[in-house]
Design a protein around this ligand. Structure first.
Ligand SMILES: [Zn+2]
Length: 455
């Protein structure tokens, strides 16, 4: 046990640190930050299906082989989408190319010209007429999912939608238009807040606004892979730690989710030569941004493997709490760990399920999952999904400090004998999502695997 503790290198002051220590969390975190810097600058954004994504995944595998590991490439296919040239030009009141990025699953669309009409936030009570053949300008205040936006656009006869960004400063927001690989009926473009608001003001004054739109972006079948590193323990009981490898293409995906890529790599460094009570599986997922495709593939392949828990690392910045996502046994185990901890997390252990990252497919397979409540500083996270999500936004101490906490939680789950592998029944899983009010949104995006219930 002591060997595993020291190999985990948790830098807990109470631990004896012997000469056999492979590496501590600080140096592993620093090495991980340096690795991520190379990955970001050498390959840019890692949109799943792009050549950069494939080359960056191979570079990560090479880094792991350099540590003496033999990571496995677990290939899979999914209905993906590739970025082409997204063009929206203002024709009236004056010519200007607007800054846009199509949402994933926008269809390839030859150039057309149309007048622009203001949709507000597509509120149900808003009366809209004469929209057929036009381009809709959509406020960031909309409550609709991208899928619903596409459906409404088709009903209104719109030819495209310009979706104004919620962040100011000339930014765009790359995002998926479908969680289930469905092609949107018309292209939906993210548009900068400043340009969008100027168009809203023109329309409010009754001025004609006309645009030319075209995109060569298009849905395509994508063959990609997860990268899996299994570290056998004394027991086949498994603790899985996953982070999505892919990112959007506009920036470098440093925060989302190069951070998780680096944390997982730091764990690989820390666990070299560790005598583990349980088997640890590190998984770098692809296809998360388009719709959790890599974690869906991995969870589908679990069979009846004895899984204790899955830890998901998606933009884990400065941990203020660890979250058992609605599982009482896990909450107790995390509580036992937290009670032993010299420096408590500001918000301790939480137990609130949420939807929308790679833990979800595991939960739907009945597996317990853990996430962190760990904000990234505002001056960095504001660049989420845009061009400026670059490595300069990720200071090294964020990787180092978070790695320390993540490694502690992993160690606790690997060593807690009171927490035994268990899968929830389908009924209990459904309840886990309905209890926390997640059903309406999951239904709205078409990702609700349970039967419709009779009221
Ligand atoms: Zn993410």
């Amino acid at each position: 046990m002591l060997k595993s503790l020291t190999a985990l290198g948790l830098a807990l002051s109470c631990l004896a640190v012997g000469p056999a220590r492979a590496e501590d969390a600080a140096s592993a975190g620093q090495a991980a930050h340096a690795m991520l810097t190379r990955l970001c600058d050498d390959f840019g954004g890692r949109l799943t299906g792009s050549a950069q994504n494939a080359a960056a995944l191979e570079a990560l595998a090479a880094e792991l082989r350099g540590l003496g590991y033999a990571p496995q490439v677990d290939a899979f296919e999914f209905p993906g989408w590739r970025r082409g040239d997204d063009r929206v030009e203002l024709l009236a009141p004056f010519p200007r190319r607007l800054r846009v990025a199509a949402l994933a699953y926008s269809p390839a669309t030859p150039a057309f010209e149309a007048d622009v009409t203001d949709l507000g936030g597509l509120e149900p009570e808003r009366a809209l007429g004469g929209t057929a053949g036009k381009v809709g300008l959509l406020s960031p205040s909309t409550l609709l999912t991208a899928r619903q936006i596409g459906q409404r656009a088709a009903e209104l006869g719109l030819r495209a939608v310009l979706f104004i960004n919620r962040e100011a400063g000339g930014q765009l927001l790359a995002r998926t238009g479908s969680f289930i690989g469905e092609t949107l009926p018309v292209p939906v473009f993210s548009l900068t807040q400043e340009e969008g608001q100027s168009l809203q003001r023109l329309l409010a004054r009754g001025r004609p606004v006309r645009v030319r739109c075209a995109t060569t972006s298009a849905p395509v079948p994508v063959r990609t892979a997860n990268l899996v590193l299994r570290l056998p323990g004394r027991s086949p009981e498994r603790v899985i730690v996953g982070a999505h490898f892919d990112s959007w293409d506009l920036g470098q995906g440093a925060l989302d989710n190069g951070l998780g890529v680096a944390q997982l790599y730091a764990l690989a460094r820390l666990l070299r030569g560790a005598d583990l009570a349980r088997t640890v599986e590190l998984v770098w997922f692809n296809g998360e941004e388009q719709g959790l495709w890599g974690s869906r593939h991995a969870a589908a392949g679990l069979g009846d493997a004895p899984v204790v828990a899955m830890i998901n690392l998606d933009m884990v910045g400065v941990p203020i709490a660890v979250n058992a996502l609605g599982d009482a046994d896990l909450e107790a185990a995390l509580g036992r760990w937290h009670a032993r901890r010299a420096r408590p997390l500001p918000q301790g252990v939480q137990n609130v399920n949420w939807f929308g990252s790679d833990h979800t497919p595991y939960q739907l397979a009945g597996v317990r999952a853990v996430t962190f409540n760990a904000p990234i500083p505002r001056e960095s996270v504001r660049y989420y999904h845009d061009r400026a999500d670059t490595i300069d936004k990720l200071p090294e101490p964020i990787v180092v400090d978070s790695t320390r906490t993540i490694a502690e939680v992993l160690q606790a789950l690997v060593e807690d004998a009171a927490l035994t592998p268990r899968r929830r029944s389908a009924e209990a899983t459904e309840k886990l999502f309905t209890t926390f009010g997640l059903e309406p949104r999951m239904r709205a995006i078409g990702y609700w695997p349970f039967a419709a219930r009779v009221p």
